[in-house]
Every structure is written in structure tokens, then in C-alpha cells.
Design a binder for this molecule. Sequence first.
Ligand SMILES: *Cc1c(COP(=O)(O)O)cnc(C)c1O
Length: 366
Amino acid sequence: MKFVDLLAQHQSQKQELDDAIQGVIRHSAFVRGPHVDEFESSYADMMGAKHCVSCANGTDAIYIALRALGLRTGDEVITTAHSWISTSETITQAGGHVVFCDTEDDYFCIDTSQIESRITERTKGIVVVHLYGQPADMDAVMEIARANNLWVIEDCAQAHLAEYKGRKVGTIGDVGTFSFYPGKNLGAMGDAGCLVTNQDYIADFLTLFARHGGKNNHLMEGINSRMDGLQAAILNVKMTRLKAWTETRQELAMRYAELLSSVEQFTLPAVRDDCAHVFHLYVIRTPDRDGLRAFLSVQNIPTLINYPRALPYYQAYEYLGHTTDDFPVAYRHAGEILSLPMHPFLADDEQIQVAEALARYFQYCR
Ligand SMILES: *Cc1c(COP(=O)(O)O)cnc(C)c1O
């Protein structure tokens, strides 16, 4: 059993992918070019966004968005205590000061009731993360942002096609950022990323900044963050399946919930009202996480911990001097979370095997 089965995914589209790759070689369109243009317009259409600007990876996407929104040295940016470090390291790289917020017990996203108490006169924006594929509480985020004149970046690296009240995540705030790292819900065969926005001036800046500030006349210093042709051509093929794969993930999640409903010792992932969760990860919680994980591993059931610590408790953020009392929910979650196998090619019998092993552990081993 695999945690994520990329080989099965690629076999399912082998001919189309091979043709796409050969097409890039034939055109020698290796960096940007027609495949990248096609990607940008198809992705914008699929998202219902006015603009899509491609870049090299999902981390760059956040960094570029922060620069586009005018972050300056010393500015403060509020973000969640529970994410992959790209979310916060880019704030620092762009000259900002990271201000963490605790997370929701049910949904793992930023606890919006705590945002306002962290706003100072130096706060410029909020970076929310739709963690594991669950939309953050965007109504609350946008209301706070509007009332305090803050911008909002949505880190959608785990949330392609997730919806909040009928709207695709990434199109609600000022900029949405995406990663196409191979294991993401839409993955390239290498690194790739993009940004979406409905605002023309932001799109112009994103394009300029990611391409050295312009070609014939450098209007400013930028960075070099480009999607290459091979990745774009591959993504163009895979994008046609994303909706179906997403639906399969949602069905698998419902099935996990049915299969596991009789086991009481852990908490299953909840879905926020009026939202479409896209289950990049299927994360359960149990105080006996480490014992369970070891037991599953012996039965060749792969699991992951996403992530072993809340961000403020990594060495990288020791300088902020936080204690475990500052983010009690995120701190507790880090010791309880376990990601079960979840991908569109997970077979029925594999899922049953996972569920039975979980039930066995709580029946006999405790
Ligand atoms: C994967 C991920 C990123 C970064 O994407 P890369 O393409 O790996 O740079 C950012 N934020 C979150 C929440 C992610 O899961």
C-alpha cells in the first residue's frame, strides 16, 4: 500500500503524458512558451479567476504575492500556527515579521476569533492556509481584513478546487497561491506553482516581479521564478482529471468515515458547513497517535504526521520566545494528528485494510 500512488496516476494517463512531453521536446519550448500560456489560461478558467500567473513552485508563489502586495521591512503579517513552513518563511524573506495565531480545534485552520487581538498599527495582511484541503473561515477573515484595511493571501497549496460557500478558494482574498509539487492534488513531475487573482494591477506586478522586473526595460529588480514547459504540458494533461480525482477523494473520505464510525477512540476530520473539502490529506486525531502509528507501520500501512510540530515550536522560531500556552490547540494537535493513506487510486480493499487495522488496534492493543 502507498501513502500517495503517483505511478498509478501516471499509468492512467500514460499515452497523453508521453505525447505531451514529446510535444515540448519537438517545440523546444522548455521555459515558458505555448504550454505555459495554455496552462495559465486553462487554470484561470477552471478557478473562475481573472488571472493566473505561473511560477516555479508554491513557496515562490507566496513570496511573490507578499511582494506584490507591497510588504516592507518591519511590516507584520498574521498567519496560522499550523502549516508547512513555506507559509511563514516567505513572510520573513519578504522582510516581514511573522505573527502566529492559534488554530481551530475542529478544522485545523486559523482561529479567526484570535486575529483581531494580534493586529497592531504595523499589521499589513493575513496569510490563511486551507490546510489539508479544508477551507479556512473566509467570511470571518475577509470581514476582519476589510475593517482593518489588510490584504489577504490564501495559501491553497493543499486545496485545489476546494470551495467556501460556492466560491473556489484562492479567489476570495486578494491573491491565491498554489503548489504543483508532485504529491499535491494536482502535481507536476517536478516543481511548479502559480498565483491567481482577480485584480489587474496585482496580476501585472506578479508577472513583472517573477520575470526579472521586465524583459527589455527592467522596471524594477525582480526574481527568476518560471514554470517550465515540461511541467506545464504535464499539468495541462492532468488538469483534465482534477475534478474527477477530487470527487474520488471526497468519496474515499466518506467511506473512511463509514468504515471508522464504530471506533470511538479517535476524531475523524470534520468538514466546515457550506464547504467542499478536497482531502489533500485525511487526518485523524488520537491521544495515542504514536502507538497507533507504530502498529500500522508493522502492518505495512504507511502514515504521515503533517506536521510534527506547530510552526512556532520549531527551532527556526525559537527567537520569538513562544511557550506552549501561546498556541494550545496547535500544540496539542501536533501530538495527536495522523494522516492516513489518501489518493484517488486507493483501492477499496486497501481502505478496508486500513480501517480494520485501526479498529484492531483500539480493540486489542490498548
Ligand atoms: C506544499 C506547500 C507549500 C509549498 O509548495 P512548494 O511547491 O513545495 O514550494 C506551501 N504551503 C503549503 C501549505 C504546502 O502544503
